[in-house]
Design a binder for this molecule. Structure first.
Ligand SMILES: Nc1ncnc2c1ncn2[C@@H]1O[C@H](COP(=O)(O)OP(=O)(O)OP(=O)(O)O)[C@@H](O)[C@H]1O
Ligand SMILES: [Mg+2]
Length: 258
């Protein structure tokens, strides 16, 4: 179960983030990177962040701890920046936050950073499974911290939820975008990664994650949050069954690279 913290102080904006994420201090005295429900991408990017992030964790990838972050109306009142004040006002209530990793740096192959085959293969399988296009050389969304790789920024994953009538064909998509995956060169163990992933994931595990998504974040797409959850479950269950399809696509894409 995700913990809930209360944001007590807005510390600084992370200007490189397209969704205006920020570092906040919380009532447990921890620092968190907060993804605002009121940001332009909308609440579905928080759904993706939570569901994909927790799936990654179950696969044993390192994902910073995810928590619900409660924002109250007082938080933004003294912010000098109008844009930030508006964002905080639009985000009163539950948001998603990640444990802040101080001193981390973005994974950069050009700087000599490398990944081990096990982690890289799992990561490629994971991003293909959740349809995450945001793990490229241009934007790795991969942090080096204490000599380990941490996976962040899954807000663009599960993009089928922006268009449910068209979602069906994505369930067994080979995910050709995998060819741009920043860790593909190191992903020498994709078959083993697929086997590991299939031993960890099943419909019950996915349903348990979906059960944690707040009702308020699911409101636009389906008549009820329960129906939205079952649509996600149905799609992700079919996607899991399509593992051989996207695993083979990744193996093929890698063969072209090396
Ligand atoms: N947990 C964390 N610890 C330390 N730094 C972080 C953490 N999460 C995010 N960051 C930093 O903040 C930046 C923006 O975060 P993130 O990529 O999640 O936001 P975003 O708005 O989705 O960004 P974009 O769409 O521009 O990639 C990251 O590139 C990273 O430098
Ligand atoms: Mg990012």
């Amino acid at each position: 179960m995700l913990r809930t913290i209360r944001a007590t102080q807005y510390v600084t904006a992370l200007r490189e983030g397209g969704s205006l994420p920020a570092i906040v201090e919380a009532d447990d005295l921890g620092l968190y990177v907060i993804k605002f429900r009121g940001a332009g991408q909308g609440p579905l990017s928080l759904v993706a962040e939570l569901v994909a992030g927790e799936i990654g964790r179950i696969l044993s990838l390192s994902v910073p701890e995810l928590v619900f972050a409660d924002i109250d109306a007082a938080l933004g009142r003294n912010e000098p920046d109008q844009e930030i004040r508006d964002l905080l006002r639009a985000s009163v209530g539950l948001n998603l936050a990640l444990d802040y990793l101080p001193g981390s740096s973005m994974f950069d192959p050009a700087a000599g950073n490398k990944a081990d085959s096990h982690t890289a293969s799992l990561a490629v399988w994971f991003d293909a499974f959740v349809l995450n296009v945001d793990r490229t050389a241009r934007n790795a969304n991969l942090l080096n911290w204490h000599s380990k790789l941490y996976f962040i920024d899954h807000g663009a994953a599960l993009y089928f939820h922006h268009n449910w009538p068209d979602a069906d064909h994505l369930a067994d998509s080979p995910f050709a975008d995998v060819r741009h995956h920043i860790l593909l060169p190191w992903a020498a163990g994709l078959e083993q990664a697929a086997a590991h992933a299939n031993s960890r994931l099943n419909p019950q595990v996915i349903a348990d994650i979906l059960a944690q998504v707040p009702d308020e974040w699911l409101q636009s797409s389906h008549p009820t949050p329960a129906e939205a959850r079952s649509a996600y479950l149905n799609l992700l269950t079919r996607r899991l069954a399509a593992s051989p399809i996207f695993t083979q696509e990744a193996i093929r894409a890698r063969a072209h690279l090396i």
